[in-house]
Design a protein around this ligand. Structure first.
Ligand code: SF4
Length: 243
């Protein structure tokens, strides 16, 4: 498999950039993933994407019908409208210092009456410690969206938030009459809001680091303590002798 040539303008999503902020980040994994089309990287389960997208539709429907956001978003303030989230082909920031094109696809850009914006990302998940471990990624992702929004003239952004929506399966929820529908059943969701500090200054060092790793002519060293590369090398060497 031939490696791809590094382009002048290296494109990366804000979420992918967030990987660099994770504890245990492996520069070699990042380099390999950026230079080769790996056959074994599975897609994100479609049901979660559908549910995140449904959360977005529910919020937009509340604006369209009542001219305001649903009550469960009240901890973030009062909103009068929303901006339909642009696609990554229109929502990007070309940073000339790092040579990166930072892209994003925000779930929600909510607008206050004074024109300030709050960017939200919907997560169909329970807000758990496991989710908190991913927080460094989400912080970079949302701050990336804020930086892009400012560059694309969609600011000013003054707050960022993760909105966790968790299926309500406890108590007597299955006994409610409203749970039964003609086609099947309806499942309720409970929302929890987790504000993320607005701090786009975390981005430039990560963007420079991403560019540096990407431009390296050879794979950098692997993550300390990870022995999988050595195992793979062993397997590869053994496979040379297979008939
Ligand atoms: S060191 Fe581990 S994490 Fe890094 S590329 Fe090798 S297998 Fe992947």
């Amino acid at each position: 498999m031939a490696a791809r040539e590094p382009p002048d303008r290296f494109r990366i999503s804000a979420k992918e950039l967030g990987q660099l902020a994770m504890r245990g980040f492996c520069e070699r994994c990042f380099w390999i993933g950026r230079h080769y089309d790996l056959p074994f990287v599975g897609p994100f389960p479609g049901i979660f994407s559908s549910l995140d997208s449904y959360s977005k539709k529910i919020v937009h429907a509340a604006f369209d019908r009542h001219g305001t956001s649903p009550s469960w978003l009240a901890p973030l303030g009062r909103f009068t409208s929303y901006i339909p989230p642009p696609s990554p082909s229109k929502f990007y920031w070309d940073d000339d210092t790092s040579g990166l094109r930072l892209t994003g696809a925000p779930d929600g850009i909510l607008v206050r009456d004074d024109g300030r914006k709050v960017i939200v990302d919907y997560k169909t998940a329970r807000h758990t410690e496991a989710q908190d471990e991913l927080r460094p990624i989400y912080e970079v992702q949302l701050n990336g969206y804020a930086a892009i929004a400012e560059v694309r003239g969609l600011g000013p952004v003054d707050r960022l938030a993760l909105v966790y929506t968790e299926p309500v399966t406890d108590g007597h929820s299955s006994l409610y009459e409203s749970a039964q529908t003609e086609e099947g059943f309806a499942l309720g969701f409970r929302a929890t809001i987790d504000e993320v500090p607005l701090n786009p200054s975390i981005l430039p060092p990560l963007m420079r680091q991403a560019r540096k790793i990407y431009d390296a002519p050879h794979p950098p060293a692997g993550a300390p303590g990870c022995e999988d590369c050595a195992r793979f090398h062993e397997l590869w060497t053994a496979a040379q002798g297979w008939g």
